[in-house]
Design a protein around this ligand. Sequence first.
Ligand code: NAD
Ligand code: WQD
Length: 339
Amino acid sequence: MKKTVLVAGGAGFIGSHTTVELIEAGYDVVIVDNLSNSEMSAVEGVEKIVGRKVPFEKVDCCDQVALRKVFEKYPIDAVIHFAAFKAVGESVSKPLEYLRNNLDSLMVVIDLMREKGVRNLVFSSSCTVYGQSDKLPVTEATPRKEAESPYGYTKQVSEDVIEQCVKAYEGFAGIALRYFNPVGAHPTALIGELPKGVPANLIPFVTQTAAGIRAELSVFGDDYDTPDGSAIRDYIDVIDLAKAHVAAVARMVDDKQKSRYEIFNVGTGRGVSVLEIVKEFEKATGVKLPYKIVPRRAGDIEKIWAETTLSNEELNWKAERTLGETLANAWRWQQTLSK
Ligand code: NAD
Ligand code: WQD
């Protein structure tokens, strides 16, 4: 029988791509989103790609009464919890909003799962929990560093909440996926990232600059201890990332053992510098990208990339898309946005 996955935050960037991959892998999906950082156009884009309607419930995951009705309406087998605020900088000035939304929503979801006997939870964690690690690449066993932002703190606490619930509630299982830097868009250009205002993240800034919306890209720092002096990250294609969720759900719904908490890095295993991104973008799209070097951005780490052996072996998952392909998809998506 088909399994049903509740995708909380499914109208967002990663949730919409994951919904597509789940449906293409044979799951039924119910999207729950309060549209606080997304639009219905993302759900419509998903529906165009998969060629059918996808149940959508406009509900705030912090609203237990409203979310209970969703759990009662659909035969849910697993939950993927994307619903959270994610702007690191904003979290510093709005800690309570971040703590409330990100932690309340998770606890309400787990409480309802417990009430309704839903046993499988996949959670969106982040490489931000590692901070600047002394040893690279980071493995899942690399110690977490003290969080540098309220946002990062919510990811650490969320991981701990899930671990404690798995210990306490018989049969309950949780997988935390620690994403590195998710980028790109669906090759159909029907869904992608919808940054609000001036993008804080690199790739949306790059594509907006290429589109002429921004005059030039500011490269934050060229004096890091890296081969070209600019900072290094592990950029993971959003479709590859979406497929990691399908693998995590499959592992859980097929697993009779249960009561297990697991963490997996989701990255490519390859570190890429900001200046390499500029070059690779120009090569993949043929568009010139004006940029200037400016001082380092406060709070940025120098370099990080993932050790992915565990997710490769245990989830049977591997990042497959090339950086060129990913950047070309991000550019195609930007062009549809600019129309
Ligand atoms: P996004 O903002 O595009 O998606 C999040 C979705 O959740 C949005 O559609 C938003 O409307 C919804 N939402 C937020 N609070 C909600 C609530 N209380 N009830 C219902 N819906 C709610 O962000 P994204 O980039 O798709 O990120 C998804 C998850 O992955 C987040 O938890 C984020 O912290 C995590 N993550 C993102 C990145 C990244 O760089 N994009 C990296 C690591 C981890
Ligand atoms: C990437 C690189 C910048 C913009 C953030 C969160 C992290 C995770 C992923 C959620 C850095 C440089 C950027 C620009 C630049 N999110 N840059 N010019 O900071 O690695 O990670 O998103 O969990 O928690 O902190 O991503 O895209 O902002 O930056 O030079 O205009 O690009 O300095 O080296 P970051 P990013």
